[in-house]
Design a protein around this ligand. Structure first.
Ligand SMILES: [Zn+2]
Length: 322
């Protein structure tokens, strides 16, 4: 059974960085946002994190061979039909039930099985004991809860809602499309609502008995070594100091990975700075900052964020799971 570390959280919360850092650990293989593999890679043949088109990446071709006897055997239409039927945010209340009606249960398990096969094949091809799926979506984590053959552990990445909101207002192009497409943008009010819904969904997952470990993005950047040591222990991965040699003072040295899809940061190789981006404290207009702070107040408080920050500071004593 594949041991899967699912990196969850609302987009722009630092999930890609968490995945990249995890991918540098021995016996870990980071897969990117597997949720997008079907459309963006099988259909559109976008670029793998290694730079090659998906169809030209040796790693992913071996995974497809082992998981399905070749990607050509995968019915992408069927996966997309199942996804509509089971893996949408609106389905989370049903997925979080203690039991599912037989017909729905069959669909959930059929959909989850595609992921389980990819995880198992990726672990076999790479020789890794842990594979990382940074799909982020809480609905997919709720789906995977119903799979028998996935040893699921979730790392729930949270970032101050006001920093997330500011990030969603910025324009980012998607290099996979050679600059032709931009990533989605949201207004601060909209991203505040999404922040609440997605983060609450991971709290619900924890209450259903799934292993969920919360990591605050700001804390990860403040002490990446400690954060990675804790995450390695969480997935039962032995770690030595030498394994963290890729972390320097305020930076990380990243090697090439095979992320199937995700944030453009997945392509970065070499030295990347690890510093806290608190531009929002100055750049997010006060009215928007107050709006986001008010909408997200209960969870901000629960996660240990100050409600009226002049500079982002964390309450180190915040409880692990609300
Ligand atoms: Zn690749």
């Amino acid at each position: 059974m594949a041991r899967v570390l699912f990196v969850g959280g609302l987009g722009r919360s630092g999930t890609t960085l968490v995945e990249r850092l995890l991918g540098e650990l021995p016996s870990v293989r980071a897969l990117g946002e597997v949720v997008h593999l079907w459309q963006r890679d099988l259909r559109d043949d976008e670029r793998c994190g290694c730079g090659a088109r998906f169809s030209a990446c040796t790693f992913w071709q071996q995974v497809g061979e082992r998981a399905f006897g070749g990607w050509g055997a995968v019915d992408v239409d069927r996966i997309q039909t199942l996804r509509e039927a089971v893996e949408r945010t609106r389905h989370i209340p049903r997925l979080a039930a203690t039991s599912l009606p037989p017909a729905q249960r069959a669909e959930v398990r059929e959909y989850a099985d595609y992921y389980a096969r990819v995880y198992a094949a990726a672990a076999e091809v790479s020789g890794a004991t842990v594979v990382v799926d940074s799909s982020k979506h809480s609905a997919l984590a709720h789906v995977l809860r119903w799979a028998d053959d996935v040893d699921l552990r979730v790392v729930h990445v949270v970032r101050d809602a006001r920093g997330v909101a500011y990030s969603w207002t910025k324009t980012v192009t998607r290099p996979e499309t050679d600059g032709a497409e931009e990533m989605t943008r949201y207004s601060p009010g909209r991203s505040a609502l999404l922040w609440n819904a997605h983060n609450a969904a991971f709290g619900l997952l924890a209450r259903r008995g799934v292993a969920v470990r919360r990591v605050r993005y700001e804390q990860l950047l403040a002490d990446p070594r400690q954060a990675l040591r804790e995450l390695a222990a969480y997935v039962d991965l032995p770690l030595t100091d030498a394994d963290l040699a890729f972390l320097g003072d305020g930076h990380a040295d990243l090697t090439v990975g095979h992320s199937a899809a995700g944030n453009p940061m997945r392509f970065r190789v070499g030295r990347v700075p690890l510093r806290h981006d608190d531009a929002w404290v100055r750049a997010l207009p006060p009215g928007q900052r107050r709006l986001v702070g008010a909408v997200c107040a209960p969870l901000l408080r629960a996660y240990g964020y100050p409600l009226n920050p002049t500079a982002p500071q964390l309450n180190p004593a915040a409880p692990q799971e609300a």
